[in-house]
Ligand binder design. Structure first.
Ligand code: 6PG
Length: 231
């Protein structure tokens, strides 16, 4: 049982680091999609600190995002900026391996260009196999920018789509991509999520987070004790 967000973040950093070492040893690279929101900030900071930073071969890490708000990269709401401030500027990741979603182009063009970037860098025509996709979960059971009742939940072929129903609009990876990953790691902290989390883990309700069921990949739930106690 993980006591709090700090313990959750340490656990997640250990999993990230172990997976990176294994994937880089086996394939020469580690492809990972990062989340936004507040939960991962501590994880990002930990990965930038010596203990974890020096055990990850950053030039072989290829970074993507699970979703992004359609704002400039320096905007306070940008998921890229969150990762840049807490992690990217402190580790020797190669610029050409940082594939941010170019939200400033607007939702439709950004989604199209992001899908092209993924197809080119994975050299695929369909869904890529990410080594790891890190996700959060909202109190409504959303994940990435896949919200309850969104038409994006029905997308079967596109890899990334525009989300117009939010302000600012967003771009998100689709379920075919999330469900093709080798590993999906959810980070869930806080008592306000306990009710939805227990529903999601029981497979109840039409929560987007419950629809993340990789065909052959592994789902890892990293949850602190407050989020585990159903109200
Ligand atoms: C985003 C995230 C989103 C987030 C959840 C949980 O862009 O905001 O991708 O899916 O993971 O909303 O957010 P918190 O970590 O802030 O609770």
């Amino acid at each position: 049982m993980l006591d709090d967000l700090d313990a959750l973040s340490h656990k997640a950093a250990g999993i990230f680091s172990e997976l990176a070492a294994r994937c880089i040893k086996n394939t020469g690279r580690f492809t990972v999609a990062l989340p936004g929101g507040s939960t991962p900030r501590r994880l990002f900071t930990l990965l930038s600190e010596r203990t974890f930073r020096d055990n990850i071969h950053w030039p072989k890490v290829e970074l993507y995002w699970g979703d992004e708000r359609c704002v400039p990269p320096g905007h306070q709401d940008s998921n890229y900026r969150l990762a840049f401030d807490a992690l990217l500027r402190k580790v020797p990741v190669l610029e050409e391996n940082v594939h941010r979603i170019r939200g400033e182009l607007g939702p439709d063009e950004a989604a199209f260009k992001y899908e092209q970037t993924i197809k080119e860098s994975f050299n695929v025509t369909g869904a890529p196999v990410f080594d790891l996709i890190v996700l959060g979960m909202g109190v409504d059971g959303h994940t990435a920018s896949l919200f309850p009742g969104s038409p994006a939940l029905e997308e079967k072929t596109r890899l990334a789509v525009a989300i117009h129903e939010k302000e600012p609009p967003r771009v998100t990876l689709t379920l075919p991509v999330l469900n093709n990953a080798s590993n999906v790691m959810f980070l869930v902290s806080g008592k306000e999520k306990a009710g939805v989390l227990s529903q999601v883990l029981a497979g109840r309700g039409e929560y987007p987070a419950a629809l993340v069921r990789p065909a052959s990949g592994k789902v890892i739930w990293v949850v602190d004790k407050e989020a585990q106690v159903a109200p």
